[in-house]
Design a protein. Structure first.
Length: 692
């Protein structure tokens, strides 16, 4: 049973704080779905969100495709098998940096950018898109019916994972009608979805910058930068790092207009997000590089502002599928304002296009683990934002902070981080909890620091009076914190923040345990799978009663048992020591290279990391392009299992020149006004090690 009130979601009548991540099934091979979903779950994700791009399923009018990576039924079943919930974003218009926003060419070019293009396609389709035009609604109904046929029996009421459906996307903000006409269209689509069979507990709509919600549950967003911004200069600091009662993020879609107010009464709905930037997808003209701190600090600021659902777009990157008639990425040629890579949709997400771990994955896992064990109580703690809290992200005079408590205990939040801005230290901070009149012990907040500390927090057998540490999870009756120090009694365990970034909550041998691992891992049923790129070291609490097969027991480290696997690979290889593979230029201009891949020991996968300096790069295997990249930091990652472990790769580079109309955070050194250089290729084998 899923419902909501004006402050939070409820699951079976109890406050519920979900942790949601976007992954696009049609942008990943179906053979990788289970691993990807288990990685998301290990990162704290409880709800999976995904667009259903129309042109991925009906690129040619009347020819429906739900096979391979487009097999929606199989994907939703896999979500269920992994023990996750799902929000299905059914459009009909999605955006998602897809060609025409997901509309097939035969229907429309997207409907919001180019009136000449719109007119041409509307004449071809015989209707006005994103309106109550009967012909358009007929097409939309056919699309909805095809989607429902795929998920029938997989809705929550039938025991399936789908608890919610999003109608349209950014409607009335990025295209579509405004005012009452827009409200009527959204109501029409909602009723259409219900009529074809989408009977779910939650119906949502994106609500930022004047988007029409028509009484649906609004979900908000926020990004630390704006790759869609048409400027090619550094832009103003993002308001996402501000702690505020303001839910609107004017950064999103600011090329469509900024400063629009909400179209709904915020006092009647909880503050939920579906599109916090898990990263950023670069465009040809604008290529920001995200850091883990960008994503985590923004998330803390949203929690401090009263957000009771953290939802990330994207949480898992991917690749644009191959089209039958055209490529399927967003392009200016198809009427959109941006050019994207033809293949890559890595998004710098916590999990990249190949499921590779980015630093933000580990930062966000801290919040996901917290939400799972403590989010329900946080939901009933309204935000208290003092008047002295600065609303300008560029303000350096005052500490951005807030409180959330229930009249007895709670948290003090702080965010002393703004992307691309040097912040001051705030030593010896003295705060008094509003509503309680309780002065907190003084504490320091360093430049770039963000987080939240508990006060008066009850734990098994005692209380945390105050801690310069943050709750991570509960292991049995033990409450685990990470940070510096605690004034506490009762059953608590304090680890460092560095240890927490490597920590996972798993079940081994029927017992819930905290595992600190130097390699990432997932829980798959009764097994724990470790994705190892070298020797394995595990610290386990409570310690394992039996040493797993293939492991060595290395003794105790405090309350943790230490176990390891050494010599994971059959023999030492130069490439494991970080040496670059040899490569040769195969073009006279030095813009195309061949890399011969070595024969490696039996592995689960092989990760290939390419470093280059050029405007862009495309990688080929067996003569076919398999990945591309717009240069931002010169790093491109490919996992070779997906491509059947080719014997060689070719890399094609496009020169970068002085004066190219693009934004780069850091321009490389150039000679004679240009640069086009392959800097190195390294490969790392990955083994899957299983603990039963």
């Amino acid at each position: 049973m899923f419902t909501y009130n004006n402050t939070h979601l409820l699951k079976n009548g109890r406050p519920w704080f979900p942790f949601m991540g976007e992954i696009h099934y049609s942008r990943l091979p179906d053979i990788e779905w289970r691993d990807s979903l288990l990685k998301m779950k290990a990162g704290g994700i409880t709800v999976v969100a995904s667009y259903t791009f129309w042109n991925h399923h009906e690129e040619v009018k009347g020819e429906w495709d739900f096979t391979g990576c487009r097999n929606l039924q199989k994907f939703v079943q896999t979500v269920k098998d992994c023990g996750l919930y799902m929000l299905l974003r059914i459009g009909p218009w999605s955006h998602g940096e897809a060609r025409n926003g997901g509309f097939p060419d035969w229907l429309s070019c997207g409907g919001q950018h180019d009136p000449v293009q719109n007119s041409k396609f509307e004449q071809q389709a015989g209707c006005k898109i994103r309106t109550n035009d009967p012909v358009y609604l007929q097409y939309a109904e056919a699309f909805y019916r095809q989607l429902f046929a795929q998920v029938e029996g997989l809705l929550h009421k039938d025991g399936g994972p789908i608890i919610g459906v999003q109608i349209e996307n950014e409607y009335g903000h990025c295209g579509g009608l405004k005012g009452e006409a827009g409200e009527e269209h959204m109501r029409t689509l909602t009723q259409l979805a219900k009529t074809v069979g989408f009977d779910v507990p939650l119906y949502t709509a994106t609500g930022w910058n004047g988007a029409i919600t028509a009484g649906l549950l609004p979900v908000m967003g926020g990004y630390p930068d704006a790759p869609w911004d048409r400027r090619i200069t550094e832009i103003e600091p993002s308001g996402c790092f501000v702690i505020s009662h303001e839910r609107n993020d004017t950064c999103i879609g600011n090329d469509y207009g900024i400063g629009r107010r909400l179209s709904y009464d915020a006092s009647k709905f909880p503050f939920l997000t579906a599109e916090l930037g898990g990263g950023l997808q670069v465009t040809r003209h604008r290529r920001p590089v995200t850091s883990p701190q960008d994503i985590a600090a923004m998330s803390v600021a949203k929690m401090a502002s009263g957000c009771n659902l953290l939802g990330y777009y994207m949480y898992h990157g991917g690749v644009h599928p191959q089209g039958k008639l055209t490529t399927l990425q967003e392009t200016k040629a198809s009427g959109s304002p941006n050019d994207l890579p033809e293949i890559s949709y890595d998004f710098q997400a916590p999990l990249g296009a190949y499921g590779q771990y980015h630093g933000s994955y580990h930062e966000l896992r801290l919040l996901g683990m917290f939400a799972a064990d403590f989010g329900g109580t946080l939901c009933e703690m309204p935000p208290i934002i003092p008047d002295c809290n600065p609303q300008n992200p560029a303000d350096k005079q005052h500490l951005r902070h807030s409180f959330r408590h229930n009249g007895e205990w709670g948290y003090v939040f702080f965010c002393n981080y703004v992307r691309h801005m040097q912040r001051p230290d705030f030593p010896q901070v003295k705060l008094t909890v509003p509503g309680l009149g309780q002065p907190l012990p003084t504490f320091d907040v360093q430049a770039g620091q963000y987080g939240f500390y508990p006060f008066n927090m009850p734990v098994e057998g005692g209380i945390v009076t105050f801690a310069q540490a943050t709750p991570l999870c509960k292991i049995g009756k033990t409450t685990v914190f990470y940070g510096h120090n605690m004034d506490a009694t009762g059953d608590v365990l304090l680890i460092s923040r560095e240890e927490a970034l490597d920590a996972y909550k798993v079940n081994i041998g029927g017992t819930e345990r905290l595992v600190i691992s130097n390699n990432p891992l997932v829980q798959d049923g009764d097994e724990v799978h470790i994705f190892a790129t070298g020797d394995i070291k595990l610290k386990v609490y409570p310690a394992l009663e039996n040493v797993p097969n293939g492991f060595e027991y290395k003794g105790m480290d405090g309350v943790f048992g230490v176990f390891g696997v050494f010599g994971v690979y059959e023999k030492p290889l130069p490439l494991l020591r970080g040496e670059s593979l040899p490569y040769e230029a195969i073009s006279k201009t030095g813009e195309r290279y061949r890399i011969i891949l070595p024969t490696l020991p039996t592995t689960h996968d092989i990760v290939c990391r390419i470093n280059y300096t050029a405007e862009s790069a495309t990688v080929y295997a067996n003569g076919q392009p398999i990945m591309d990249d717009f240069y931002k930091d010169g790093q491109l990652t490919i996992a070779l299992r997906r491509h059947n472990f080719p014997e060689e790769l070719e890399i094609e580079l496009t020169p970068l020149s002085v004066g190219d109309p693009i934004y780069l955070e850091s321009w490389p050194v150039m000679h004679d006004g240009a640069v086009c250089r392959l800097d190195g290729v390294k490969v790392t084998p990955m083994q899957r090690v299983v603990i039963v």
